[in-house]
Design a protein around this ligand. Sequence first.
Ligand code: FES
Ligand SMILES: [Fe+2]
Length: 425
Amino acid sequence: MAAERGNLKMADLESVGPGTPAGRYLRLFWHPVIRAQDLPVGRAKPIEVLGEKFTIYRGESGTVYMTAFRCAHRGTQLSLGWVEGETIRCRYHGWRFDNDGQCVEQPNEDRPFCDKVKILARPTREYAGLIFAWLGEGEAPPFRNIPDLDRPGVLIADPVEVLPCGYWNRFDNDHGHRAWVHRATAIRHNRPDILVIRHEAVEESEYGWRGTRAVSGKKGETAKTSMGAVEDKEGAHEDFLKMARHKHWIMPNIRLWFQRTRAKGFQGREFWETKCVWTVPINDQKMAAFDVTLTPLEGEDARVYENSRKTQQESEAETRWDLAEKVLAGEMTLEDLPDDMGAYTSFTIEDYVTQVGQGPIAGRGEEMLAVTDARVILTRRLWLREVNKLLAGEALKQWKLPEAPFMPAKPPSAEICGKREPADA
Ligand code: FES
Ligand SMILES: [Fe+2]
């Protein structure tokens, strides 16, 4: 095996199944496996995470359970069956299993032997609009809340992004891509701030790393953008200095940052969204991004915002990857996406094509990393260091989230962040 102690290479982190170096490290943490709203009461679904298949179902009490993918009897897919109370019954011959995986009924057998039959069960937890599971050995570690998502506001879990590529394609998504990959959306939605080229310095922190973006910021300064140099007539990046200057990587797989809203009818309003994204390998060549947004709105504003965002995004999510595949096939370009498409959706399509466009597993031995890839280099370094220690049986760094939110306690005034956006986009 290439993964010798202390000598891991990036290629050794591509596999995520049980017993692999990255698979072992990832199994030390809780991960989201499905969006809560995608699993109604009484429904069972098949899922795959870290190269393992499971059955996930929501009992009639609303609690979610995760058990083995196949029935212990003759191995059919358990998700085909029926949820009964907090248990699941197999569709093939009616064996029934409780939420611990214990067989509790074998209706066709004159002499049932339920007590001898038990299938795997995994702990789950519902948080921030997502269902999390623990896939490791032994007792699960304490669940980690994200303080920024526990603040008041509207919490939206976006339709899950599933990309046919390895998880490092998403982990390696650097800071500098924004002005280029998302250029078509920036132009369509009149968001020159997205076009600005900003540099980022990164440093290891107690939770992972913290990125600090360098920006221009004073009225009349020249800003370098992916469309050429432009005068920053209104000091449009001043607010960025206050709110979006830092980006956080929470080991092993969470990104957290603040951005101005992209919701229709709300661009130009004086609030900042908190974005938190978990990237979770489904298997070695497929990944899921669980994207949660907290928006500090209340009352009627909150209701209108939630409706406006959800309605469009949910319907656009059904066809977005067809469009992305057409772009990859050369049948259309990102500039051809519909003018009325929401910015959240077009952002996901733009990220899809560049990350899937790197191939199912990017050629990490053949890259030419540059200074602006600092974030990529540090993420890889932290991962290689920790997984090497894991293989060597050494103590791992215990990543700690601060107890207080990352969001600055005093958001900038309306004067600073509210007036420069177009009224709508
Ligand atoms: S295969 Fe499930 S009950 Fe027979
Ligand atoms: Fe992006």
